[in-house]
Design a protein around this ligand. Structure first.
Ligand SMILES: *Cc1c(COP(=O)(O)O)cnc(C)c1O
Length: 374
C-alpha cells in the first residue's frame, strides 16, 4: 500500500504553556517557598470561584483527590462503591485503596456515562457511595443519581468547564467533585488535582488527610488521624493559577477543534462521533473519541493512521476486563455489554487547544481514507 507523504507530526495532546506560566513558577522558585506556602490557598480560592464551589482543596493528583473524597463520604472496608467500567482505572482503584469493592454497572450508549438505572439496580445494603464519572467531559445525569439517595463523589477529572443539565457548573453542585491536572487535561499543573465541596467540615477533613492527618491548628508533629502526603506544591499551584487565567480561552479552543472534527468527519458509514449537548448541558471538551464502525479492526486502523503520521489510541479499555480486576474480583467478558462494545471500538484522535483546522482536516482525511480501505 502506498502511503502519502506525512506532514509534520501531530501530537495526541499538548498543553498550552506560555510566559505567564514561566513567570509565576519563577516567582515561586525565587521566593524559596516551594510548598505549604501562600499559593495553595490562592489557587484553591480562584478555582472554587471558577466552578462555583464553596470550598476547594488542592491535592497531588486526581487519584489522590478521589481517594480523599471517598474517605470523606465515609467509604470504608467491606463497603461497595458503584461506578462505571468505562473510565480511567483510577476511578475504580480508589475504592480498592479503602478495601471497599468497586461495583460496576453498565453505561448509557449515547452519553457513555454510568447508566443511573443500572446503578440503582446494583445497590445493596453495603453500598455507601456512587462514583459517576463525567466521561470525556460530558456531564453525568446527577439528578437521577441523587434520586438513589446514596452519597455521591463526582469524578470530574475530565470535565473542567462542563455545565450540567440543570445549568450548574460541574464542581458546583455540592457533592465532592474531583478534578485532575495531568498534562493532557483542560488545565495542567504537571501532576495535580482539586476536590471541590460545599461542606466546610468535609474540606477540613480533606485538608488534614492530604497532610498526614494534621489538624489545621496543630503543630507540625502532632496528628489526630491517619493521613497521606497528597499535597500540591506551590510550584504546581503557580502553574495552576497561570492556567486558570487562560482557561476560558483554552476551553473555547477545544470546543472549536471539536466543532471542526464534527464538520469534517461525516459520511463514514457506522462511525460514531461524541454525542452532542442537549438542553442546558455543555460538554467540557477533553478528548475527541470516536467509535469505529462495527467489524473494523481497531488495531489495524490505529496502525494505518500511524503510518500516515496520525497518532491515536484505544480509549478507554473496560476497567473490569483489566487483568487485575479479572483476577481480584472475578470479572469476565460479557458482563457489561454496552461498555464492552464501546470500549472495543473507541479511539482517541489528536485533540488539543492549539490544533489548527488544517491539522483536523489531515486527521479526518486520513481516518476516512483508512476506513474506506478496510
Ligand atoms: C485523569 C483522570 C483521573 C485522575 O488522574 P491523575 O493522573 O491521578 O491525576 C481520574 N479519573 C479520570 C476519569 C481521569 O481521566
Amino acid at each position: 500500500m502506498t502511503v502519502r507523504a506525512v506532514g509534520e507530526a501531530i501530537p495526541l495532546a499538548k498543553p498550552v504553556l506560555g510566559e505567564t506560566e514561566e513567570r509565576r513558577v519563577l516567582e515561586v522558585l525565587r521566593s524559596g517557598r516551594l510548598s505549604l506556602g501562600p499559593l495553595v490557598g490562592e489557587f484553591e480560592q480562584a478555582f472554587g470561584r471558577k466552578v462555583g464551589a464553596a470550598h476547594a482543596s488542592a491535592v497531588s493528583s486526581g487519584t489522590a483527590g478521589l481517594h480523599l473524597a471517598l474517605r470523606a463520604v465515609g467509604v470504608t472496608e467491606g463497603d461497595e462503591v458503584i461506578t462505571t467500567p468505562l473510565s480511567f482505572v483510577a476511578s475504580a482503584n480508589v475504592a480498592v485503596y479503602e478495601r471497599a469493592r468497586p461495583v460496576f454497572a453498565d453505561i448509557d450508549p449515547v452519553t457513555l456515562n454510568l447508566d443511573p438505572q443500572a446503578a440503582a439496580a446494583a445497590v445493596t445494603d453495603r453500598t455507601t457511595a456512587l462514583l459517576p464519572v463525567h466521561l470525556f467531559g460530558y456531564p453525568a445525569d446527577l439528578t437521577a443519581f441523587e434520586r438513589i439517595g446514596i452519597p455521591i463523589v463526582e469524578d470530574a477529572c475530565e470535565a473542567l468547564g462542563a455545565i450540567d443539565a440543570d445549568g450548574v457548573r460541574v464542581g458546583g453542585r455540592g457533592h465532592p467533585a474531583v478534578f485532575g491536572f495531568y498534562a493532557n487535561k483542560q488545565l495542567t499543573t504537571g501532576e495535580g488535582g482539586m476536590v471541590t465541596v460545599a461542606d466546610a467540615a468535609m474540606k477540613q477533613r480533606i485538608d488534614s488527610e492530604r497532610n498526614q492527618g494534621r489538624a489545621p491548628d496543630m503543630d507540625w508533629l502532632d496528628h489526630d488521624r491517619l493521613g497521606f502526603n497528597y499535597r500540591l506544591s506551590d510550584l504546581a499551584c503557580a502553574l495552576g493559577l497561570a492556567q486558570l487565567e487562560r482557561l476560558d480561552d483554552m476551553l473555547a479552543s477545544r470546543a472549536r477543534v471539536a466543532e471542526a472534527y464534527r464538520e469534517m468527519l461525516p459520511g463514514v458509514d457506522g462511525l460514531e462521533l461524541p454525542c452532542q449537548d442537549v438542553g442546558r448541558i455543555r460538554r467540557g471538551w477533553f478528548v475527541y473519541v470516536v467509535q469505529l464502525p462495527r467489524g473494523v479492526d481497531r488495531d489495524c486502523t490505529v496502525r494505518a493512521l500511524s503510518e500516515r503520521g496520525i497518532p491515536s489510541k484505544p480509549y478507554f479499555p473496560a476497567v473490569h476486563l483489566m487483568s487485575y480486576y479479572r483476577e481480584r474480583f472475578g470479572h469476565r467478558d460479557g458482563e457489561f455489554p454496552v461498555c464492552e462494545d464501546v470500549a472495543a471500538r473507541s479511539i482517541a484522535l489528536p485533540f488539543f487547544p492549539a490544533m489548527t483546522e488544517a491539522q483536523v482536516e489531515r486527521v479526518a482525511e486520513a481516518l476516512r481514507d483508512v476506513l474506506e480501505r478496510s
